[in-house]
Design a protein around this ligand. Structure first.
Ligand SMILES: Nc1ncnc2c1ncn2[C@@H]1O[C@H](COP(=O)(O)OP(=O)(O)OP(=O)(O)O)[C@@H](O)[C@H]1O
Length: 252
C-alpha cells in the first residue's frame, strides 16, 4: 500500500487552558480528497494552521512525504509542496486577475529582487498564468481588476494563486464559505477537476459538498480526531452521529 503523503501525529495546540487540538492524528493518502469536518470550535482551523506551518504545535508531529516538517517555516512548507490557499500571496486588488496569477508564478522563483517589476515583461510567467486562469475558470475575467471580482470569483482566484506555487498537497479552509448555490457549485466543480492531479485536504461545513467531494473524511471533536473513514463509514459512525446530533444533512 502507498505511504501517506501527510501524517499528522498527536498534534497538540494550547491556548492558555484550552487545548484547541488535543492529540489529533490522521493521515492523507496521495491523490485523495480528504475532508476535515467537526462542529464549530472543534479545532479544524487550528489544525490546518499547524499543518501549514503557520502555528507552532505544542506537541506532536507533522510528516510530509516522509519528512518531519513540524518545525519548518511556512516558506519551507510551500517549497516542499505543502501549500495552503492564500498562504503565499494574497490578492493585489488593484491588479488584474491575470497579473495576480503572473505575480504568483514569479513569487515561486526565490531571491529575485524586483520580481514584481520584471513580471510585466515576463512572457513565460504570463503563459503559465494563462494556463492557471483557464484551470480556475476565470479566463473571461482576465483583465478585470481583482478588487472588483464577486466573492466566489475571488475564492477561485485564491485557489489559482495557490496552484501557482505548484503544490503536491493543497490545504483549503472553508473554500465554500459565504457562497451562494451557484458559486458553491462552481467551486465544487473546480475542486473535482483539481483532484485529478492534486491531493486536497479541505475543511468545510457544507456537508453536501463534503460528501460529494471527499474520498475520506476525518472528524474532529474537542481537538481530537474521533474517526477517519470513507463518507459511508463516517455517515454511519456512532460517535460522529452523536457529535452531529440534530444535523439532518449528515444523518440523512
Ligand atoms: N489564537 C487563539 N487564541 C485563543 N483561542 C483560540 C485561538 N484560535 C482558536 N482558539 C480557540 O480554539 C478553539 C478551536 O478554534 P478553531 O477556530 O480551530 O475551531 P474550528 O473547528 O475551525 O471552528 P469553526 O468551525 O467555527 O471555524 C476555539 O475554542 C477557539 O475559540
Amino acid at each position: 500500500m502507498a505511504e501517506p503523503l501527510l501524517k499528522v501525529q498527536h498534534l497538540v495546540k494550547r491556548f492558555g487552558a484550552l487545548a484547541a487540538t488535543d492529540d489529533a492524528s490522521f493521515e492523507v493518502m496521495p491523490g485523495e480528497v480528504h475532508a476535515l469536518i467537526g462542529p464549530n470550535g472543534a479545532g479544524k482551523t487550528t489544525l490546518i494552521h499547524q499543518i501549514s506551518g503557520g502555528l507552532r504545535p505544542d506537541g506532536g508531529q507533522v510528516l510530509f512525504a516522509g519528512r518531519d516538517v513540524t518545525h519548518d517555516s511556512m516558506d519551507t512548507h510551500v517549497r516542499a509542496g505543502l501549500v495552503r490557499s492564500y498562504q503565499i500571496t494574497s490578492i493585489f486588488k488593484s491588479y488584474s486577475v491575470l497579473d495576480n496569477l503572473a505575480l504568483a508564478v514569479l513569487a515561486r522563483r526565490p531571491g529575485t529582487p524586483g520580481w514584481w517589476r520584471a513580471a510585466v515583461n515576463d512572457d513565460a510567467a504570463y503563459a503559465e498564468a494563462e494556463a492557471f486562469i483557464n484551470q480556475i475558470g476565470l479566463s473571461h475575467r482576465a483583465d478585470a481588476l481583482s478588487g472588483g471580482l464577486a466573492h466566489g470569483e475571488q475564492r477561485q482566484l485564491e485557489v489559482g494563486l495557490a496552484l501557482a506555487a505548484r503544490p503536491k498537497l493543497l490545504l483549503l479552509d472553508e473554500p465554500m464559505a459565504g457562497m451562494g448555490p451557484d458559486e458553491s457549485e462552481r467551486m465544487v466543480n473546480l475542486l473535482m477537476q483539481l483532484r485529478q492531479n492534486l491531493t486536497l485536504l479541505l475543511v468545510e461545513h457544507d456537508m453536501e459538498a463534503v460528501f460529494r467531494l471527499a474520498d475520506r473524511i476525518s472528524t474532529l471533536v474537542f481537538g481530537k480526531v474521533i474517526a477517519s473513514g470513507t463518507p459511508q463509514e463516517i455517515r454511519e459512525h456512532p460517535e460522529v452521529k452523536r457529535a452531529y446530533l440534530g444535523d439532518e444533512e449528515l444523518a440523512a
